[in-house]
Design a binder for this molecule. Structure first.
Ligand code: NCD
Length: 310
């Protein structure tokens, strides 16, 4: 299996066996991600971390991953401090990052921006979220979390809840979970349903997701509940956002309907959709999930830009 110098624009860039391989390799990275063991496989390499949109976990876990592997990081978290402010094009900014680094991570509000970046850069491009499009590395860490918590993905009943229209994490995840043979239930407000093309992708793998707005019913026989935030920044109209905000919330009362071994995931940040009292229940795995971004991104960085040395 050869990952060297490959772009990761969409989760579809990987086959099922490649995803399996990355997840297994990520498991080996855990002690390195925790700082218990030390690796130097990215020594002499530079990661360009280009964040045109806000980020906490994705940016910091990528940067942490590169540092843990002995590499170095350049970049920005605020495009307002770059020549974009002077009117520079995305293509030219990418050309510069390409000249100054060995691998580029990009998050950008425009769908398709990572694909465009891949056209202008010789170095590999990792898509860290392109608008309401895709978020492949989040998908891998979500898959990794399910495997760590539930041993396997196949056969699990997984509820994707919330803003399925604008949420890029669920677009990538629905595809990958279908490929691995999970059962899918989509729960969302009527106006934020999963896009048709994502449902079509699931059907290609023989998975026929159930769409409903009845969360209480859906939660009863779920193995995994994947909660998402309403993506306020993607709404063309504030009135439309106000209509859906606060329409679902996970709290102790709702969880009385859940199975004991239900796990609750969330890509974070959460706003109002999970009551903080849920944090102390055994259902909550979202903070572990956020940590899992480090070993998964270490695995990816080292396979793509460093070669497998661990
Ligand atoms: C998500 C994102 O940016 O798409 N966050 C993340 O990467 N962990 C989800 C969100 O912002 O709601």
């Amino acid at each position: 299996m050869d990952f060297r110098n490959r772009d990761v624009v969409s989760i579809k860039d990987f086959s099922k066996s490649e995803m399996d391989y990355i997840l297994r390799y990520a498991k080996k990275m855990i002690p390195y991600a925790r700082g218990e063991r030390h690796a130097d496989v990215m020594h002499g390499k530079i990661l360009a971390s280009l964040f045109f949109e806000p980020s906490t976990r994705t940016r910091l876990s990528f940067e942490c991953a590169m540092n843990r592997l002995g590499g170095r990081v350049i970049g920005f978290a605020d495009p307002g401090a770059t020549s974009q402010r002077k009117g520079e094009s995305l293509a030219d900014t990418i050309r510069m990052a390409d000249a100054y680094s060995d691998i580029i991570v990009i998050r950008h509000p425009q769908e398709g921006s990572a694909r465009l970046a891949a056209e202008f850069a010789a170095s590999p491009i990792l898509n860290a979220g392109d608008g309401a499009g895709r978020h492949p590395t989040q998908c891998l860490l979500d898959m990794f979390t399910i495997v760590m918590e539930k041993k396997r993905i196949k056969g699990n009943r997984i509820v994707l809840l919330g803003d399925l229209k604008y949420g890029r994490t669920v677009h990538s995840l629905a595809y990958a979970l279908s490929l691995f043979g999970a059962e899918l239930v989509f729960v969302s407000p009527e106006s934020l349903r999963m896009p048709k093309e994502v449902i079509e992708e699931c059907r290609e793998f023989g998975v026929d997701p159930v769409s409903t707005s009845n969360l209480e019913r859906a939660i009863r026989d779920a193995d995994v509940l994947y909660v998402t935030r309403i993506q306020k920044e993607r709404f063309p109209d504030a009135a439309e956002y106000n209509r859906v905000v606060g329409t679902y919330r996970i709290d102790a009362d709702l969880l009385r309907h859940a199975r004991e071994d239900l796990i609750i995931m969330h890509p974070l940040p959460r706003v109002t959709e999970i009551d903080p009292e849920v944090d102390k229940t055994p259902h909550a795995v979202y903070f572990k999930q956020a940590f899992n971004g480090v070993p998964v991104r270490m695995a990816l960085l080292s396979l793509i830009a460093g070669g497998r040395k661990i």
